[in-house]
Design a binder for this molecule. Structure first.
Ligand SMILES: [Zn+2]
Ligand SMILES: [Zn+2]
Length: 401
């Protein structure tokens, strides 16, 4: 059963509802033709073509397939950036929907098709109907899923070519009622680091362990020891996650292998905790290995930083949310999430806010609570109107003339 459709009494939403069908079709078209990070060729063509048609000055090539659409009006000095992501995931879709992916093994399972459609719908409405004075930059980024497209766009000069006083982004979130908006100031999404621990021991006969240095036993001790970092080193009031997602060693029951490899995912919601985790994981891996007579090599790769929403921009985004959907549909200070998001790089440079829009609570493919990155997930098309109305109202309020 799907949740009943939300009734939103707001004239901006009504205006965007009137053109929603056009952009629901765009959303489904993008969904049907998903593209992996940095390969969003068809999607970025579509985005650029539409923006141009509505009078935006379009710049391509930042971050490879990134697109920026700029609209300047009046002589207002304020500059604003709104961001949508365009990439899909390496997942085989299992929704069975008519607009399901036609590319085997690739799927819009995170709703970036919807984020792109919401921002395009807003772009059309803003160009035709919204009064403002200043500069609006619509940023369509590639490769959010692990490949850091946001960072790449910055390295290619995003904020020097298109300075922004503030940036905003919106992500759908299953499990929250459709169209409800969730905000949070301070840390909202976790940092995400990758660690590979390689243990070098001495292989030997399984019957004669005393003549070997067993990396499996050492690795096992490290797996257990790592849990004590979260339990004993991190402040209990803070958040930390250490997951050993892979432990590879050996092939036969009677052979002690020469090496073992552990792969870790490490998350934190506070940059200081992130530092502490890196220090303790490295120390513990070396010390434990040494105590078992094997050698550890630790490769610590930093992924996305902690996403920290800025106080005054979040407050502004909250007011816009309450004006649009009413206070009863706004969570003013939601929970932080241990997922990560490369919009965090933007927020290290430019103040702003990342918020969530509820994807619904209904069950079954195509709507609601099915979590992102699941083969049964689909973006809730009812949000095309609400999300684009949110962007339109935010532009009107931020760049008011
Ligand atoms: Zn995702
Ligand atoms: Zn996503």
């Amino acid at each position: 059963m799907n949740a009943p459709r939300e009734a939103f009494a707001n004239n901006v939403i009504e205006a965007l509802q009137a053109q929603a069908d056009e952009f629901i079709a765009v959303r489904r078209d993008i969904h049907k033709h998903p593209e992996m990070g940095y390969k969003e060729y068809r999607t970025s063509d579509l985005v650029a073509e539409q923006l141009q048609k509505w009078g935006y000055q379009v710049t391509r090539g930042l971050g490879g397939t990134g697109v920026v659409g700029q609209l300047r009006r009046g002589d207002g000095p304020r500059t604003l950036g709104l961001r949508a992501d365009m990439d899909a995931l390496p997942i085989e879709e299992a929704t069975g929907l008519p607009h399901a992916s036609c590319h085997a093994g690739i799927m819009h399972a995170c709703g970036h098709d919807g984020h792109t459609a919401m921002l395009l719908a807003a772009a059309k409405h803003i160009a035709a109907h919204v009064q403002f004075s200043g500069t609006l930059n619509l940023i369509f980024q590639p490769a959010e899923e692990g490949l850091g497209g946001a960072k790449k766009m910055m390295e290619d000069g995003l904020f020097t070519q298109f300075p922004c006083d503030a940036v905003f982004a919106m992500h759908n979130m299953p499990g929250h009622p459709q169209g409800h908006l969730v905000l949070r100031d301070g840390p909202m999404m976790a940092s995400s680091d990758y660690v590979t621990i390689t243990l070098d021991g001495k292989g030997g006969h399984g019957a004669m362990p005393h003549q070997a240095a067993d990396p499996v036993v050492a690795g096992s001790a490290i797996v257990l020891g790592l849990q004590s970092i979260v339990a004993r080193n991190v402040d209990p009031q803070e958040t930390a996650v250490i997951t050993v997602g892979a432990f590879n060693a050996g092939v036969a029951n009677n052979v002690i292998p020469q090496t073992a490899t552990l792969s870790l995912s490490v998350r934190a919601l506070n940059p200081q905790v992130r530092e502490l985790l890196e220090k303790r994981i490295t120390e513990l891996a070396h010390a434990q290995a040494q105590s078992y007579g094997v050698r550890a090599q630790v490769e610590y790769k930093r992924g996305y930083p902690v996403l920290v929403n800025h106080m005054s921009e979040t407050d502004f985004a909250r007011h816009v949310a309450e004006e649009l959907v009413g206070a009863q549909r706004v969570t003013r200070q939601g929970k932080a999430l241990t997922g990560s998001e490369d919009f965090a790089f933007f927020l290290e440079k430019v103040p702003g806010c990342y918020l969530l829009i509820g994807n619904g609570t209904g069950e079954g493919a195509g709507h609601g609570a099915c979590m992102v990155h699941n083969p049964g997930y689909d973006f809730n098309d009812e949000n095309v109107a609400v999300g684009s109305a949110y962007w339109s109202l935010l532009v009107e309020r931020f760049l008011k003339d």
